[in-house]
Design a protein around this ligand. Structure first.
Ligand code: SAJ
Length: 407
């Protein structure tokens, strides 16, 4: 079995490496020449726990990286699916273009597996036509499947092998074949179903989490307004065997949970009401944190916003991904309020992406009187003593920061 993995980003790369490390013949394809060149030279393109070893194993087993699509038995398409912010619908351009390119080289009988997260109905609406327009008969010349990824950035490699998976396919026997491919590295249950169900279940999973985070975030606001300790209340409520409230935070970032629910809102306006409300609550959190910063500055007689430091730029702890990050949303919001000059630091971000960004924790702390912990990276968890003497607003409820201001 030769598998061609198309798109070597956060999902495609670990998937390609996992297959190769488990003795599947793999060609990883990406249109970004710099990226494939780096990978071919043994250089990883992002950080993730355990990725180094997996990469070494895959290279040893002969994984190939290329800009050219190659003939293979199966294609795993793991390219990005941005959503159009204005109409809240998915933009399938990358998936469509990738499948078009696959059609140029795919031998008859080949399987095209879409792994990118897509809104329910995308395969029918956008992917099938591309294949049929090429003159292929689906189910005969080309087989189609959807195997949405479900792994958690920060714990990707563990979850790749331990999370249950869903395979949607037109024909059950193709579903079983795809299951075999993923079984090379996935030791958990793999459910075979139809494509539409697979599409929907993935989006539903992320929407479920978004709604639950929104509940925690709404509680923060209610408790702040009523002068109650939200963390104590959540801790007590969670002792109930059927209650499991998530952790409030400064907003929901990342390219998954903050995006996928919009697919349902976009496609089912008028029906997706809780989903829409949850999105709005989570999107309002960066502004809520800003209000807290203002209150705390006033309370402490701090007037100079340039003496305030935001710790963390990524969308969550111990990853280097800044997509839809609450900190970036906050900075945008600050700009609108003309409150610029705030200082920013994140140990995972080496490039300069925002003004007044620091690359050294001590230098950053040296230049601020107030620290807003927006991301609970291990670095800060292990260096809480360095925050002594500062006014601290902890949006992540970190152990050891009990005395800090909370949201
Ligand atoms: N967050 C909170 N409070 C919480 C949990 C998370 O504020 O209690 C915030 C995080 O800080 C972050 C955002 O929510 O900004 C999302 O983080 P996350 O860790 O919940 O999820 P992601 O986006 O990293 O990954 C999700 C996962 N989906 C589910 O857990 C249902 C993952 O399994 C998916 O594979 C991934 O989306 C994806 O690619 O779709």
């Amino acid at each position: 079995m030769h598998v061609c993995v198309v798109g070597l980003g956060y999902i495609g790369l670990p998937t390609a490496l996992s297959l190769a490390a488990n003795n599947v013949k793999v060609t990883g394809v990406d249109y970004n020449r710099d990226l494939t060149k780096k990978l071919q030279n043994g250089e990883l393109t992002f950080e993730e726990k355990g990725l180094d070893q997996l990469f070494a194993d895959a290279l040893k087993n002969g994984i190939v990286f290329s800009n050219e699509y190659v003939a293979a038995d199966a294609y795993i398409v793991a390219v990005p699916t941005p959503y159009e912010k204005d109409n809240k619908k998915i933009d399938p351009t990358y998936v469509v273009n990738a499948v078009k390119s696959v059609m140029e080289v795919c031998p008859k009988g080949g399987i095209v597996i879409v792994e990118s997260t897509i809104s329910p109905g995308t395969i029918d609406k956008f992917v099938r036509p591309v294949i049929e327009e090429k003159g292929f008969v689906l189910g005969k010349d080309i087989h189609l499947a959807h195997a949405p990824e479900r792994i958690l950035p920060g714990n990707m490699l563990y979850e790749l092998s331990h999370n249950a998976r869903t395979i949607g396919a037109d024909e059950p026997e193709i579903g079983e074949k795809v299951k075999e491919i993923y079984s090379s590295f996935c030791k958990a249950q793999i459910v075979v179903t139809d494509i539409r169900t697979a599409e929907m279940s993935k989006v539903v999973e992320n929407t479920f989490r978004d709604i639950n985070i929104a509940f925690a975030n709404e509680l923060v606001k209610i408790c702040r307004s009523g002068g109650m300790d939200v963390y104590e209340i959540i801790k007590i409520a969670n002792l109930h065997p059927r209650v499991n409230i998530l952790t409030p935070g400064p907003g929901v970032g990342g390219h998954c949970i903050s995006v996928d629910p919009w697919f349902l809102v976009g496609d089912y306006p008028g029906l997706a009401n809780i989903i829409l409300a949850a999105r709005k609550i989570n999107d309002s959190m960066p502004e809520f944190v800003l209000e807290r910063i203002n209150e705390i500055m006033k309370e402490n007689g701090l007037k100079d916003v340039t003496r305030v430091g935001l710790y963390g730029l990524t969308y969550k702890e111990d990853v280097d991904d800044i997509r839809e990050s609450p900190t970036l949303q906050m900075l945008e919001c600050m700009e609108r309020h003309l409150a610029s000059g705030v200082k920013v630091y994140d140990p995972f971000i080496s490039a300069d992406i925002v003004p007044n960004q620091y690359h050294d924790l001590d230098a950053f702390l040296n230049d601020v009187d107030m620290v807003v912990v927006l991301v609970g990276h291990s670095e800060i968890r292990n260096n809480l003593d360095k925050l002594k003497g500062k006014v601290v607003l902890d949006t992540r409820h970190l152990p050891g920061l009990e005395d800090a201001y909370k949201m």
